[in-house]
Design a protein around this ligand. Structure first.
Ligand code: ADP
Ligand code: MG
Ligand code: MG
Length: 961
């Protein structure tokens, strides 16, 4: 890696910082790197040096026994394997059935090979099995007392699309008799065998599940019973044999095992898994681990059962364990919803000892992991076994509650508690959501693409959305996918639903940019434009029927779910307060009006980092501004400007009052000329006005007369702005102003503008001010040492810097190019959402370093949407920028939207709501980034973010995972 340009700031933070730094890089370059080394799973590519090497070494260890693993080995053992191993250490071997994990490396080697198991694997499985047989005192395939195992997949991050767990492997016509004798329970043995033959056929060999279900239904009907549990041993035996005729059932347990392992490996390459990885940016070459574990039986009778338990309430985070269990059931019964589970509190009266042990174990695990746990357990004949534990996924409010309680209980330090909250989930706390207490049927789920919930009538086209909005109806735009032409419909709709695409699809990107809730990639939703209807499972919905989506949860319902408005709870305030104490980064708001300023302060902003002045010239004032630009002579221009000045002055005065002594960075006028001019077609042909406008037209306004260039061509404009600002400041006690000159490329541009500002400032009795510039052009980064001579501060405008460094026009790229680029893995996310660290990020570092070389006390800040993105904040924090306590990150919405939007929304292109959400999120992220070194093991990316709406639904989702 190239030597970081960040200078002392970087070194002072030592090793840990460098690690973070590397992580920041690999996040963005990962895709490309994978491609280069050829270790991606395409069998044809074949040339993965490391993997081929290991493939050739017969001694490569492909297996780790549970007793030897730990949670640090997540990459190799997968999440499930690592946690089972950790539990074995923490709770003791008696609590966790024995077993071993085939590593993710074995899966990678398999994928890169010719379709056979990597060398040495089969032998090592045989050896590991022998060790397990010794530990269990039973042997696989032993007709007298067979060992049975489960085969469970588990990647680094839990992922839908992976192979479902196969239970009771090892049964055949001989071993089933042994099992029956040992358990003295004929029915249990045949129930287990029946389940195995069914699961093996369905899960491993892909025989359609309905065939088994139909056979079971027929058997029940023939016997006049309605529940599976009412089928006796004889019926189950018949079913087992019937199932075996559906496919070629391998009786040899070792053959069964080898089939199952292969099926787990293959599932990594399944369509669903690949699609999920693409959406969630999980590299293809991670591979999955396979866990082979001795079976314990929850279906052995009335003192057996299985269930799931959370160390705290899974919905609210309240400090009482929650969960469900089913007596006389194997694990999958609980999650499959076949039978209705009982609440965990009933366990106390059913098996009091087990209840007590479970509560104790939940506490132990929670203390050990320092996080709320989500566990699976089985009771066999009154004996409790733990089968899985993981940090519980939870809704944002539960996460916040846990953090606060954990500190109060002394379980965690503040830094650690903050690190248990995923900043990106907090968006959900600041948007309306489905009421978490409401019970409603989820008809489909998709990708939670843009936070917030919305209800409305279904419309199928942008035009219909626009028309409905004009009639005052609330609508949800439902499409297979969206394109640039649909954007008008995004404005008009309350929410967006698509059946295709992920978090980086056009629909997702545009919806997030506009602050509209969106669910994308809901594959169960079928949009039939010809029929004018939407089908979701058995529901056929005509346009005009109502639907509701929650873009924070990715859920879709047809019911009229109550929405809850966001409120900043006391606990949330507490957590934000901790962040404020811990972070070294400053946080300011992006605000153009007194109302925005007040909201920002309410949410903890220390000032305003970007006050844009464009909107002060739009609306009613636009003709005045147009007159300034179009003036034929100086006198006409001067008079137009004189009319604008008092208006501008009162704008500033109100903003400064609202700030009440906090600092504000005011950006001098920045937009391209044409933003203020009438459209030539609207003017009479041949008129002088039209001629003038035509003269002023630019073919690429974005790269034309804007920013400081505008100020140099029309110095009267900047002079008027500065005069208005200083006059307002002089009248407002305690005002602290920072005048910011936009779009500087050449040091002389700033030198000239600075002298103008100083001259005007000297006319006023206000001297608490700074003059600085936005660094938003590549040249400015390279010449930052020169530019710093005339600057008291730099604010990196990372949005324009991204546009100019990459040559991307944001509005054009996000709508068209980006989704494709993500598809073919040129990018893994929008560079406008997360800073392109290897390119743009390096420029920021260089600018910061050069600027401070000239002027060590130079204040550094960032204004741009990246200031709301946790990964970007992390990078900036480590870019030398954080060493100054004066850093501010200001959030800025899209810079140049088409003129319609700019003028329509009085210059504000994003709703206040959205920027406020980001503000709070950013505040937390800044706190978290300070602390993450204390939790190096915390996975940085939440993959399958499972948020729950009701317990039953949660269970169903778990099952799907
Ligand atoms: P998932 O990732 O879907 O939770 P699991 O591998 O955890 O899949 O297993 C599915 C179900 O099978 C769970 O309820 C689990 O408790 C149960 N199970 C897995 N292994 C065993 C075992 N060795 N003995 C008993 N039940 C098991
Ligand atoms: Mg699973
Ligand atoms: Mg599980």
């Amino acid at each position: 890696m190239a030597a970081p340009v960040g200078g002392e700031g970087l070194q002072s933070c030592g090793v840990d910082l460098n690690n973070r730094d590397v992580a920041g890089y690999s996040q963005q370059t990962r895709v490309a790197t994978t491609e280069r080394t050829g270790s991606i799973c395409a069998p044809a590519s074949g040339s993965a040096p490391t993997l081929t090497d290991t493939n050739n070494t017969s001694a490569a260890p492909w297996i780790v026994d549970f007793a030897d693993g730990s949670r640090e080995m997540r990459d190799l053992l997968g999440g499930k394997g690592a946690n089972v191993a950790e539990m074995t250490r923490v709770l003791g071997a008696e609590r966790v059935p024995g077993g071993f994990t085939i590593t993710t490396a074995a899966c990678s080697a398999y994928m890169n090979g010719d379709g056979s198991f990597p060398q040495g694997l089969e032998q090592q499985v045989a050896q590991a099995l022998e060790r397990l047989e010794v530990q269990a005192g039973k042997r696989l395939g032993d007709a007298a007392d067979p060992l049975l195992v489960s085969v469970r997949s588990g990647a680094r991050e839990s992922m839908p699309g992976m192979l479902d767990t196969v239970l009771n492997l090892g049964l055949n016509d001989e071993t089933v008799a042994g099992l029956a004798r040992r358990s003295s329970n004929e029915r249990f043995a045949w129930d287990s065998y029946r389940r195995f033959v069914q699961m093996f056929g369905n899960v491993v060999l892909g025989v359609a599940g309905e065939r088994f279900e139909q056979a079971i239904a027929a058997s029940k009907a023939a016997r006049g019973v309605s529940l599976d549990t009412e089928l006796d041993a004889e019926a189950l035996r018949e079913l087992t044999y019937e199932f075996q005729r559906f496919y070629d059932f391998p009786a040899d347990p070792r053959e069964q095992l080898s089939h199952a392992i292969r099926a787990v490996f293959d599932s990594w390459q399944g369509e669903r898994a690949i699609a999920y990885r693409r959406i969630n940016r999980i590299p293809d070459d991670w591979g999955t681990a396979v866990n082979i574990q001795q079976m314990v039986f929850g279906n052995l009778g009335e003192s057996s059962g299985s269930g799931v338990a959370f160390s705290r309430d899974e919905l609210t985070g309240a400090p009482e364990p929650s969960g469900d269990f089913l007596p006389n059931a194997q694990g999958e019964d609980v999650v499959s919803g076949v039978r209705t589970p009982r609440d965990i509190v009933e366990l106390r009266s059913w098996l009091p000892d087990v209840h007590e042990q479970l509560m104790e174990i939940l506490g132990t695990l929670e203390r050990h992991y320092g996080d709320m746990q989500d566990t699976e357990f089985t009771v066999q004949d009154g004996r409790l076994y733990m089968l899985q534990t993981r940090n519980a996924k939870r809704p944002a409010q539960a996460a916040v509650r846990f953090a606060v309680d954990a500190v109060a209980e002394g379980l965690l330090e503040r830094e650690q508690a903050i690190a248990t909250i995923d900043p990106s989930t907090l968006d959900a706390l600041l948007h309306p959501t489905f009421d978490p207490r409401a019970d409603y049927a989820v008809v489909a789920t998709g990708v939670a693409a843009s936070p917030g919930a919305a209800k409305g009538e279904i419309v199928l086209s942008a035009a219909a959305a626009v028309q409905a909005a004009a009639e005052g109806r609330e609508v949800i735009l439902v499409r297979s996918f969206t394109e640039a032409d649909d954007v008008a419909g995004f404005h008009a709709a309350k929410g967006i639903l698509t059946s295709e695409g992920g978090k980086a699809s056009h629909a997702a990107l545009v919806a997030r940019g506009m602050g509209r809730p969106a669910v994308t990639g809901a594959s169960a939703v079928e949009v039939d434009l010809a029929a004018g209807e939407v089908r979701i499972g058995e529901h056929v919905l005509a346009a005009g029927e109502r639907i509701a989506i929650d873009g924070s949860l990715g859920k879709i319902t047809l019911e009229d779910v109550p929405l809850v408005e966001p409120q900043v709870s006391g606990q949330f305030q507490t957590v934000l307060g901790w962040c404020d104490e811990l972070r070294s980064l400053g946080v300011r708001a992006n605000a153009d009006t007194p109302a925005d300023v007040e909201k920002g302060i309410e949410l903890g902003a220390e000032g305003v980092g970007l006050c844009r002045t464009e909107h002060m010239f739009l609306g009613e004032r636009q003709p005045l501004m147009a007159a300034v630009i179009m003036a034929e002579d100086d006198a006409a221009r001067a008079s137009a400007i004189e009319q604008l000045r008092p208006l501008q002055e009162s704008d500033f005065e109100q903003i400064l009052r609202a700030l009440d002594g906090r600092p504000v960075t005011v950006r001098l006028l920045d937009p391209p000329l044409h933003e203020f001019l009438p459209h030539p077609a609207d003017l009479p042909e041949g008129s002088p006005a039209r001629k003038r406008v035509e003269q002023l037209q630019e073919s690429n306004p974005m790269l034309g007369t804007r920013g400081v260039r505008l100020g140099l061509l029309f110095p009267e404009l900047y002079e008027m702005q500065v005069r208005a600002l200083f006059a307002a400041a002089a009248r407002t006690p305690g005002a602290r102003i920072e005048v910011m000159v936009p779009l500087v490329a050449y040091e002389r541009e700033l030198e000239l503008t600075r002298s103008l500002i100083e001259r005007v400032a000297s006319e006023h009795a206000h001297d608490d001010y700074l003059i600085g510039t936005m660094i938003e052009l590549p040249r400015a980064c390279f010449q930052a040492d020169q530019i710093a001579r005339d600057a008291d501060f730099f604010s990196f405008g990372t949005n324009d810097l991204t546009q100019t460094a990459l040559g991307f026009s944001r509005d054009d790229i996000e709508g068209r190019v980006l989704a494709r680029y993500i598809d073919v893995k040129i990018l893994d996310r929008s560079p406008f959402e997360t800073l392109d660290t290897p390119g743009v990020g390096q420029m920021v570092r260089m600018g910061a370093w050069l600027g401070r070389k000239t002027k060590p006390e130079l204040k550094l800040g960032v204004c741009g949407e990246h200031g709301g993105d946790p990964d970007s904040i992390d990078f900036l924090h480590h870019s030398g920028i954080d060493s100054s306590p004066a850093l501010h990150i200001a959030y800025r919405s899209h810079v140049w939207q088409p003129r319609r939007r700019l003028s329509a929304a009085a210059g504000r292109t994003c709703s206040a709501h959205q920027s406020l959400a980001r503000l709070a999120c950013r505040r937390l992220a800044a706190g978290v980034k300070r602390c993450c070194s204390t939790r190096p093991d915390r996975p940085r990316k939440g993959s399958a973010r499972l948020r729950r709406c009701s317990r039953a639904d949660a269970r169903r989702m778990r099952y799907l995972e």
